[in-house]
Design a protein around this ligand. Sequence first.
Ligand code: MG
Length: 262
Amino acid sequence: MSGPRVRGEQIALKSKSELERMRHAGRIHARTIARLREAIRPGVTSAELDELAEASIREAGGAPSFKGYQGFPATICAQLNDVVVHGIPSEDEVLEEGDIFGADLGVIWEGYHADGAFTVGVGEIDPESARLIEVTREALELAFEQVLPGKTIRDIAAAVQGHVEAAGFSIVRALVGHGIGSQMHEPPQVPNFVDGGRGNSYDVILRPGMTLAIEPMVNAGGYDVKQDADGWKVRTRDGSRSAHFEHTVAVTEDGCWILTAP
Ligand code: MG
């Protein structure tokens, strides 16, 4: 089904059967996240978590969306402390008490994708890190309230940015959410901020059948990021911690269907 165009690209509106396939991918995703949450503790390596995630997805008949995507070698993006996104898991990366750790992963099932991320404390964490995680999770929940026919991408971005900045944190500008479906990345872009850049999708009006991966990335310090020499890992420029939550959602006739919900 075709929807509106943004920058010359068609936004695909999904049929009921396409949405059901995305929801199935989303259920596999949610179960994998639950298993990761149980496994995250001091002493575990991000490579072990990556193996667990891949096994969980494959047992359920799915495949990891990220593995092989533009050459990315793993199932999860491992996001430890100041890592914003795209960290390659490693057996040398050992989680320690007081760290914060995020995992971003995608599942493909019968040709359709689900994408999502979460961040959690490793053992006991300091109050400011706990607040960073909580504010980021809340920002995504506020975004869901804006997922309604007739609302725009700008409404989503404004809800996220308003909450995060009121809490004294900053929204990463260099990376944004996205449409999703038979491709992991589809139009439109879904920024988490309304001030500057990435403006092309702001006026897209939400319609039933649109599917979006909404993903606030929030830094405790400034919003600037830098990339490691490996060409993947993106960190905060100032070394502050970063949190990331993401769900894949569908716009329905009367609101928001969280396709990656447990
Ligand atoms: Mg995503």
